[in-house]
Each structure stands twice: as C-alpha cells, then as structure tokens.
Design a protein around this ligand. Structure first.
Ligand code: TMP
Length: 206
C-alpha cells in the first residue's frame, strides 16, 4: 500500500440523480487496483447514529421543520467526522465521501432558502476543524437528473423542480466561490466520459 502521511479527504456533490454514487464506485475500484487504501463513506448515514438520522431525514412520513432538518444533517456530520473521517485521514487513507458540507449549503441554504452564513458557521463546528481537500461537483441538467432518479423517491427527491433548480444553482455558485477546492464535471455525458474526466482531476492530487 502507498502510505500517505496524512490521508486525503475527497467529497462528491451534486443534485439527486447526478450519477455521483456510480462514479464513486468506479473510482474506488480504480484506486484499489492502484494499491491505495480507500474508504468509501456517505452523509447522511456513514456511521451508526447517522444511519438512524438518514432514516428520519429521507423517509420520515410526518412533518419535519426546515430547522430540524438542518440540525439533523449537521448532527450526522458531527458524529461522522469524529467517528469515521478524522480517524481514517489520520491513519493515512483516502476518504471518498458521498456528500458533505456543500450539500447543506446547496439544499438547506439555496434549496430551502436558509441562512447561508449560519450554515457555514454550523458546518465549521460540525467539521471539527477539517474540510475536504478536494470536492468533485457532478453538474447535470435537471431533466436528465429527474429521469435518473425514477419514480421511487425519498423525502428530498420528492421536492419540486424549482427546489432542485435552486440546489443546482447553489452548487454552481459554491464552485465559483471555491475554484481551488471544487472541480466541476459535466455529468450529462456518458458514464465512461464522466469517469475519464474524474480520473484526470484525481490524478493531479494523488
Ligand atoms: P443521497 O445519499 O442518496 O445522495 O441522499 C441524501 C439526500 O439528502 C439528498 O437528497 C441530499 C440531501 N442532503 C441535504 O439536504 N443536506 C445535507 O447536508 C446532506 C448531506 C444531504
């Protein structure tokens, strides 16, 4: 195994149906073949407490207030960082994380029209002093994304098209504000071409 002194923390972002989960799996196999130590994790749901929070966040049938929703995502993050991410980075692994801080800004900030300054501050607290070294944003047209999501939808996916448009715009705004950290890939392309673009970006950091 290649021993990275401090591991690497890479997050993957995009609207529902952007294809990130498929790409993370492809990248995992690719990096394992290259003998890197990898851990794939996700938010919400990357630890035991997080799995319970994910169930509430995505499948709760009764009313969830926007503020409660925000805090539940942040609670998942705080636990996940402490229990999973920090440990694996410190042990030299590459952490591939399906969603992280930018999801809360995009969904609870832009999507739900929450206070972005507050979210940034709460994200900082939840992250316990760390940040993704690199973030890949899979950008995709809303219509293509909705087709990929299909008919069985969770609580967030059920939100209307205007919500998902705001989330996408929010992500693109974040990428503009953080050009060093957030790299955008055109995810309207074929899976193979998206993965080609992903490898190009990843090869510059490892
Ligand atoms: P996914 O794991 O299938 O991508 O689903 C997670 C859903 O939760 C997705 O709709 C995005 C949403 N989400 C937020 O709204 N805020 C967050 O902070 C995170 C991590 C996810």
């Amino acid at each position: 195994m290649y021993g990275l002194k401090r591991g690497l923390f890479i997050s993957f972002e995009g609207i529902d149906g952007c294809g990130k989960t498929t790409q993370i799996e492809l990248l995992k196999d690719y990096l394992i073949e290259k003998k890197y130590e990898i851990i794939v994790t996700l938010e919400p749901g990357g630890c035991d407490i997080g799995k319970k929070l994910r169930e509430i966040l995505l499948f709760n049938k009764s009313f969830v207030s926007d503020t409660a929703e925000m805090f539940l995502y942040l609670a998942d993050r705080a636990q996940h960082v402490e229990e999973v991410i920090l440990k694996n980075i410190n042990e030299g692994r590459i952490v591939l994380c399906d969603r992280c801080i930018d999801s809360t800004v995009a969904y609870q900030g832009y999507g739900r029209k929450g206070n972005i300054e507050q979210i940034n501050l709460l994200n900082k607290i939840a992250m316990n002093g760390i940040k993704p070294d690199l973030t890949i944003l899979f950008d995709v047209d809303i219509k293509i994304a909705q087709k990929r999501v299909g008919n069985i939808k969770d609580r967030m996916e059920k939100e209307n098209i205007e919500f998902h448009k705001r989330v996408r715009e929010g992500y693109l705004e974040l990428a503009k504000e953080n050009p060093e950290r957030i790299k955008v890939i055109n995810s309207n392309q074929e899976i193979e071409k998206v993965f080609f673009d992903l490898r190009e970006i990843i090869s510059k950091v490892i």
